[in-house]
Design a protein around this ligand. Structure first.
Ligand code: FES
Ligand code: FES
Length: 154
């Protein structure tokens, strides 16, 4: 298969890759660009572990073909901290004890960030709805909802 050149701005830095066009964005970001914070849980769009922010929208990157995101601005979990300071949602997950195995957490935190960017004071139902596409096998969600609510107060 003919390879294709793609360009992304990821976490404020320009990246390019020369890829098979049938790779997913998740595969390119993890395997070619070595940003492994985004996880592959299901690979079928059901768990949200692979969530990234692409041009301001939360996407399941396992379902997006890498060429579809050519030219996009992408944020992964690696890009949330600034100058060593954690993003308020990251800090709130730590302070609230919302992390167990951690596998779902990058996607949960990005979902929380997108919510708070659009709705700085969400109620519990709005938080639950914002993370409805992100599955967690460990926490029972209560602490995760508390963490996002705490970040909204920060
Ligand atoms: S790995 Fe993408 S939604 Fe599960
Ligand atoms: S903390 Fe383990 S899957 Fe969510």
């Amino acid at each position: 298969m003919a390879k294709l050149e793609v360009h992304y701005t990821i976490n404020g830095r320009a990246h390019e890759a020369y890829i098979e066009p049938n790779l997913t964005l998740l595969e390119v970001v993890r395997d070619e660009l070595r940003l492994t914070g985004s996880k592959e849980g299901c690979g079928t769009g059901d768990c949200g572990a692979c969530s990234m922010i692409v041009d301001g929208k939360l996407v399941t990157s396992c379902l997006m073909l890498a060429p579809q995101a050519d030219g996009a601005e992408i944020t992964t979990i690696e890009g949330l901290a600034t100058n060593g300071d954690l993003h308020p949602v990251q800090q709130a997950f730590i302070d609230t004890g919302a992390v167990q195995c951690g596998f779902c957490i990058p996607g949960m935190i990005l979902a929380g960030k997108v919510l708070l960017d659009q709705n700085p004071k969400p109620d519990e139902q709005e938080i639950r709805s914002a993370i409805a596409g992100n599955l967690c096998r460990c926490t029972g969600y209560t602490k995760i909802v508390e963490a996002i609510a705490a970040a909204a107060e920060a």
